[in-house]
Design a binder for this molecule. Sequence first.
Ligand SMILES: *[C@@H]1O[C@H](CO)[C@@H](O)[C@H](O)[C@H]1NC(C)=O
Ligand SMILES: *[C@@H]1O[C@H](CO)[C@@H](O)[C@H](O)[C@H]1NC(C)=O
Ligand SMILES: *[C@@H]1O[C@H](CO)[C@@H](O)[C@H](O)[C@H]1NC(C)=O
Ligand SMILES: *[C@@H]1O[C@H](CO)[C@@H](O)[C@H](O)[C@H]1NC(C)=O
Ligand SMILES: [Ca+2]
Ligand SMILES: [Ca+2]
Ligand SMILES: [Ca+2]
Ligand SMILES: [Ca+2]
Length: 768
Amino acid sequence: MASSPQMCLSLYHLLLLTISPLRSHSSFFPSQPSSPCGPGRSWAVRLDVGSVTAGRSLERLAHSVAEEVGLENHGQVGQLEGHYLLCQGAEDSADVDSALDRNPHVLWHSQEHILRRSKRSVTFNDPKYPSQWHLHNDVKQGMDINVTGVWERNITGVGITVVVVDDGLQHTLADIQPNYSPEGSYDLNSNDPDPMPHPDGHSDNHHGTRCAGEIAAVSNNRFCAVGVAYGAKVAGIRVLDGPLTDSMEAVAFNKHYQVNDVYSCSWGPDDDGRTVDGPHPLGKAALQHGVIAGRRGFGSIFVVASGNGGQYDDNCNYDGYANSIYTVTIGAVDENGKRPFYAEECASMLAVTFSSGSRQLRSIVTSDWSLQSGTGCTDGHTGTSAAAPLAAGMVALMLQVRPCLSWRDVQHIITYTATQHDADAQADWGINGAGFHHSHKYGFGLLNAWRLVNAAKVWESVPFLVSYQSPVLKTNEGIPEYPKTLTHTWNVSLSELRQSGMQTLEHVSVTVTIVHPRRASVEIWLVCPSGMSSLIGAQRPLDVDTTGFTDWTFSTVRCWGERAEGQYSLQITDHSVLKHWKLTLYGSSMSLQQVKERRRVVEDAMGGQYLDRSFALPCPPGIDVPPEIVSPFTSSSLKSLLLLGCFALFWSLYYTLEVTLTHWDRRGWSTTGRDRGFQAGSTGLEDSQVVEIQPEMDNESKVPDLLHLFESHAGALDLLHRLVLTQSIDELTQNLRTVRRARLPARNVILMKEVITTPSHSCRSSVV
Ligand SMILES: *[C@@H]1O[C@H](CO)[C@@H](O)[C@H](O)[C@H]1NC(C)=O
Ligand SMILES: *[C@@H]1O[C@H](CO)[C@@H](O)[C@H](O)[C@H]1NC(C)=O
Ligand SMILES: *[C@@H]1O[C@H](CO)[C@@H](O)[C@H](O)[C@H]1NC(C)=O
Ligand SMILES: *[C@@H]1O[C@H](CO)[C@@H](O)[C@H](O)[C@H]1NC(C)=O
Ligand SMILES: [Ca+2]
Ligand SMILES: [Ca+2]
Ligand SMILES: [Ca+2]
Ligand SMILES: [Ca+2]
């Protein structure tokens, strides 16, 4: 009788047998029948290797054993030494089992039975699932997000909420309702909790509902389509259907940010090829606030679309939402993996995923509203609007397997796993000093759900964010006429970096003021120390603006993972005056070696072997942050504060900064406030130091300066994030109160008039 470990082994053989026919050793015995054994007519045997005498091979022994019991030898089982498959010939032999029992050379034997094995696959009864090529492209191999294997592992976004910040969400649809999260939703246009879209003249308030369906359309409900993360919850924030102000945008970016994990934003400034715009002060601060306090301290994930101005040579480096280090900037490729005519390029694009292309190519199939002419299902969702929600859905899958990924971990993982898919020379791929390939067209490449989830599973959180900022580099230099180039360099030394501990880069940004009579003809490149160059200021023929750039921040991800130390060079062509510029580096203490080691770990995990539930890296739970401490953005508080003429946000960020500077033990930390109208003084206090930053805030015109301070202290704020994660709430509250009482000078109250920004915000779909 077989003992149980042997039984396990045998099942393993049997499984092998069903997969690979036995051919490897058959050539030894030409007489051997080549036909496979019939069902129930084969026995697996294990021979006693010790009984093989000198001069006799195992094969020969198997052969003679087979003859003795009246069977034919069909050779060794795979690579398992001593295991053979013996089959019955034409005529039935008598009792094979007892003959094998009696044979001294047979240690174990088992008659084979047909095993029932079905292919692991997911099937859906949703009628439009077969045409959702972006999920499973049967026509063009590889041109999909490779998500089916992730679903097979039962990873569908369970426990994660994605919010669509848009023109509403018809949550009553069969494909949305079961996954709808009322807790994460809000209507800022009508100021009520229900984001139901309002019917409109052009019947185009269907946009948010379409995006939501791509993310989390319910599967197997015999209705329409399937979402990328069909196990996730989806919420809606209605904000685009009416005049949009900076404060509304700020409220939207932080709405229910302990419920909503991922914010999907398929809109932005006008894509007309001449707009230079981005989030205004409150919106900017809300993005920053979101990554510090959202998701229980791990940071909200903001996914933004790169824009649809491709046909006007628009470029997402002129879009502040795309440039922001806090956003995951996603571009589009068509079903052929090529850049569609509408998709914008830029140096701050992280990756691309699928959407519509030229007319003969398929668009995205997703839910639709059923109001007006809507049917609840569409095959015509287009533009970068359709790409960003797919990315948001993939992030939800990542967060399910590893809920404690920080906002920066998500960006890192995208960088490490996106694939270089288009070998076309026009794709302009460059390999940077850390080995990452990036193209202005495609970012780091195609998002691949399988790779993202596998990497997320083994990912250890990156060290906290540190930043370095150069002084404002005043030049007032004329830029020579094309093709001559004005080159300015700035060297960042190892000792300067040592203060913050930065070793490798993430985002690099450059803030410039350039005077130019025709902005269209300025072209700006930034070259990192490795030699990797980024086209941060592309020429846009339609941009006839006569003022140039005033403190515009361009950013690039192309130097990701490279050593931070060395010479940065800004190269500008054409007829204009560079007034001043400033370099800001963001990065961490990871060494280049560690970056390379991580790449190896990530690649090693791609087999799916860690997706098992039993494998889990430790994941801290995060903390519950009481809203009154870190959320200045309740609409009522914002309103009343605006009425009072107080700029609530800066207060809160100011405390944040001070708490950080006060409570960190300041290993080498030094403030970089000196160049922007701030006096930094330090006083000895036991063995740690307290830095007091006194903003000189006498009038309105200094507001942008204050913002720059916060931008440059992103590192300090990230430290606060760590602090928040480790400090008890009582302590934190106490600290904030102390700071509030003791430090804040009354002159920090700033008057601010709101600007209505509606005309410059458009949905990123309907491009054809
Ligand atoms: C796609 O996913 C499958 C698992 O479902 C994996 O075996 C394959 O390598 C992945 N393809 C790519 C290009 O990553
Ligand atoms: C899949 O996940 C869901 C929710 O986590 C769970 O209820 C279900 O049992 C899982 N199914 C399998 C086959 O693991
Ligand atoms: C900056 O670095 C470059 C190259 O590393 C070097 O040639 C140059 O002399 C440095 N400039 C200054 C001012 O140190
Ligand atoms: C504000 O400050 C600027 C210089 O920083 C000055 O030119 C301007 O007159 C000031 N405005 C008011 C109202 O004080
Ligand atoms: Ca409403
Ligand atoms: Ca469905
Ligand atoms: Ca644009
Ligand atoms: Ca970005």
